[in-house]
Design a protein around this ligand. Sequence first.
Ligand SMILES: Cc1ncc(COP(=O)(O)O)c(C=O)c1O
Length: 357
Amino acid sequence: MSEHGGNILGVAEQYGLPANTLIDFSANINPQGAPERVKALIKNSLADIEKYPDVEYRHLHQAIAKAHQCDYAAVMAGNGATELIYAVTRYLHPKRALLLTPGFAEYRRALQQIGTEIIDYPLTEETGFQPDLRLLDTLSTIQPDCVFIATPNNPTGLMPDSQFMQSLVEYCEKQRIWLIVDESFIDFLPDNRGLIPQVAITKHLYILRSMTKFFAIPGLRLGYLVSGNTMGIAEMKNRREPWSINAFAARVGEILFDEHDYIAATHQWLKSQQHYLWTQLSAFTELTVWRPSANFLFFRCNKLNVDLWHSLLKHQLLIRHCKNYAGLDERYYRVAVCNEWENQRLIAAMQQVFAHG
Ligand SMILES: Cc1ncc(COP(=O)(O)O)c(C=O)c1O
């Protein structure tokens, strides 16, 4: 099992702490909680547990296609984006894949399970942890069948330049390289529509989306995949285990796109609290912080002998250490943007940690 954020129970057990006293900065979930309509819908749909969900998830797929104004046949919903990372990997079955590091762990895990040769493409501090056109040169040298890229990236929270992304899409289409763009956090960027509009004119582009972070439903699980390769989407639907999305998640997915007030409130919260954490964290001379685009911040602790993860755990704050990400080490951390008082507690605790060594 890869190590992820949000492992409150595991950490509480390991350190003998009551799990309900920990504040979780390690998973990047919208602190507004799930929309009220979602909770009401689930309560009112309890009878659904007595029936199988539609094995083709027709209404859910229609809702996703309508929201993105794309072809119904271009869409496949899944039990979180995670199910679809595995589905698309198994379907494409690449011989050789390029992974940008640091990046989300499940791409590697999915590729390893089918024996793909994995070539790492390190994003380094010198290039601001951002990919640029040099990636295309590497693609032409290495000639992989497939590339994964997350926009914005996890754990860095950085959004690649849109012109660069356009060049990457065009290059991969021309060279017949499967490009899997993980837009799991893109809903947090109010002005960014991502690359779904491009699937109508491409065959090698696969877009992953997650609904678990923005709509705070990681326990319910819901994500989707969109691609112009509609034969491929049909094949993946055909091969998948039936009923992998539970009835509640399927029903909820039909209404989430209409949650305009919730979406606007989330953008408003993020604007102020992302700014708060960015300015407060940047003010610590002990830290180097990268400017966030989404609902989490990535930073390096430059003070030797300070183990921020353990120090903050003593304050009941769980942050994400990044030492298990390829290309990073124990100096790097990630924190989610939480609600105002939680963010203030984080900053106050960090002031104490740095004041006392
Ligand atoms: C970049 C990225 N993609 C996908 C996922 C998985 O999302 P889901 O909860 O929809 O399976 C995560 C979860 O942290 C993630 O960080």
